[in-house]
Ligand binder design. Structure first.
Ligand SMILES: Cc1cc2nc3c(=O)[nH]c(=O)nc-3n(C[C@H](O)[C@H](O)[C@H](O)COP(=O)(O)O)c2cc1C
Length: 314
């Protein structure tokens, strides 16, 4: 049986890859709350081949960090092929190829969503990587590049399935939309109706109810959550409960305080004190109702001790 399908059958809710956010520490947190399947932040093929420090950090998987896919990106099929072979050595659960990044510096040079401008080349690249790798290979992409009235994703899904990929994640926006406008899940439904491999629907899943609705409306095998998890990693726990028709209590104040402390400490360990404390503020909304009182002190904090003191004053 398709390994990715097996994993999704156990737990269909996946943590999205997000650069500079879904690192090992954040994956551990989200996995503990029910995101059993995770992906690394994207890692550049050139970086992997050069064995750069960044690539090592992003693609290193500790033994308990499973199941996790390593996501690679690049514009050159040859380099992606070489990078995928190297990434296999870290023994990820599978290799995911990023064909969805819209950021101009990446997509304009043909990497990420840039592949959507040449679907033939994208399918051929995927086929070569599948053939050269022992591990399952998956693709994460968008519904199309931009102005098409009939999005290429349904046809592309069939061709990628023929090329041998094990699963397809669809961020249901075009590349030109970036993160603007609403994600249209109906494209994931159309794709899942056409292929036997699992499709993972992504885009604008912001509550546990959305998780249930996205799965119901699309018939997809999985659902992927990105931005909503930054402020609410408990969304995975809530989603698992809703899928099992169980009630779950919202996070307690103590859980919220612990969560922000863990995220801040992990951020400092990774980035150093000044940048770490600053970067952790992107997760400040995990504090929920406590935020109103804590915000001024936390936003002013420059040192780890200042952040921790603010939290312990509650
Ligand atoms: C800060 C940030 C970084 C991201 N980095 C990646 C990445 O490394 N690889 C990738 O495939 N998608 C990346 N994405 C896109 C997300 O995985 C996801 O497809 C997108 O945010 C839509 O899902 P959402 O509405 O649940 O956030 C990133 C998104 C954000 C906001």
């Amino acid at each position: 049986m398709n390994l990715v399908r097996q994993l999704l059958a156990t737990s269909p809710v996946v943590l999205a890859p997000m650069e500079d956010i879904t690192d090992a520490a954040f994956r551990r947190i989200c996995r503990g709350l029910g995101a059993s399947l995770c992906m690394t932040e994207f890692v550049g093929a050139e970086q992997i081949i050069a064995d750069s420090e960044l690539a090592r950090r992003r693609a290193y998987l500790s033994p308990e960090d499973r199941p996790t896919a390593i996501q690679i990106y690049g514009a050159d099929a040859e380099l992606l092929l070489a990078a995928a072979r190297i990434a296999e050595a870290a023994q990820p659960t599978f290799i995911d190829i990023n064909c969805g990044c819209w950021v101009p510096a990446i997509a304009r040079r043909g990497a990420g969503a840039g592949w959507l401008r040449d679907p033939n080349a994208m399918v051929e690249m995927a086929r070569r990587i599948v053939e050269a790798n022992a591990l399952p290979v998956t693709v994460k992409t968008r519904i199309g590049w931009g102005p098409e009235s009939e999005m290429p994703i349904t046809d592309l899904a069939c061709r990628l399935e023929d090329a041998g990929i094990a699963a397809l994640t669809i961020h249901c926006r075009t590349a030109e939309m970036g993160h603007r406008g609403a994600a249209d899940w109906s494209w994931a439904r159309k794709a899942q109706e056409r292929v036997a491999i699992p499709v993972i629907v992504n885009g604008d899943v912001v509550t546990a109810d959305d998780v249930v609705r996205a799965l119901d409306e699309t018939g997809c095998a999985g659902v992927m959550i990105g931005r909503a998890a930054i402020a609410n990693p408990w969304i995975f726990r809530e989603a698992q409960a809703r899928l099992a028709r169980r009630e779950v209590a919202p996070p307690t104040d103590a859980e919220r305080l612990t969560m922000f402390r863990l995220l801040t400490e992990a951020s400092v360990a990774k980035r150093g004190e000044r940048h770490g404390v600053a970067a952790a503020k992107r997760h400040i909304a995990v504090l929920g109702p406590l935020l109103a009182d804590l915000k001024p002190r936390l936003l002013r904090a420059r040192a780890l001790a200042e952040s921790l003191d603010a939290l312990s004053a509650v």
